[in-house]
Design a protein. Structure first.
Length: 192
């Protein structure tokens, strides 16, 4: 489906409501909900477009989901869209988090609260892992090829989890290697 025929947010309120509902669904990490909402439910992006935008959002300073909302909102409604998207992500969830912080300061030492938070952490980790696995299918069409991308993934995992390198260094080093390799692959594609 071409981008001209694809559905798009019809108004600023539509954009606000989308990001607000995403933020309310995704305490602990909303990447799973962002991908499902933008690609599968609303069909505002293809999976490849989502991965391209997500890659940019992850490399910019700040929270990747906020960056993604800014990219998406500004693409459709300019600066107003960017502001409305960020408000959608922050407004109601901020009130909820502040309320939960007050409750946690009162009841945080209760064993039931501690156990509930551990369970929520496991669920959030599972959602992030499931989304990552689902997005692997898009690597088939990646210009760098599945094997190179797989090597980058494995290198990231090994350097961070086993060697305990700082994420910023791994992201910079492997991001630079990946960017240079992608550039060479794209350059080679143009000449052939």
């Amino acid at each position: 489906m071409s981008s001209e025929n694809r559905p798009a947010p019809q108004s600023l309120f539509d954009l606000f409501k989308f990001f607000l509902l995403l933020a309310l669904q995704g305490f602990g990490g909303i990447i799973a909900f962002v991908e499902r909402g933008l690609v599968h439910q609303k069909k505002w992006l293809t999976r490849e477009e989502f991965l391209d935008d997500w890659a940019v959002a992850r490399t910019m300073p700040g929270a990747a989901v906020v960056n993604m909302s800014i990219i998406f909102g500004s693409r459709h409604f300019g600066i107003k869209g960017a502001v409305v998207s960020v408000l959608g992500i922050f407004l109601v969830p901020s009130v909820i988090v502040l309320t939960l912080a007050v409750l946690y300061s009162t009841f945080g030492n209760q064993p039931q609260v501690v156990d509930a938070l551990r369970g929520m952490g496991a669920v959030a980790a599972g959602l992030i892992l499931a989304t990552g696995l689902k997005l692997l299918t898009a690597l088939k069409s990646n210009v760098m090829g599945f094997m190179f991308c797989g090597a980058i993934v494995i290198s990231s995992f090994v350097t961070i989890s086993i060697f305990h390198w700082r994420v910023i260094y791994v992201m910079f080093a492997l991001g630079l290697i990946g960017s240079l390799y992608a550039f060479l692959c794209l350059k080679g594609k143009k000449t052939s």
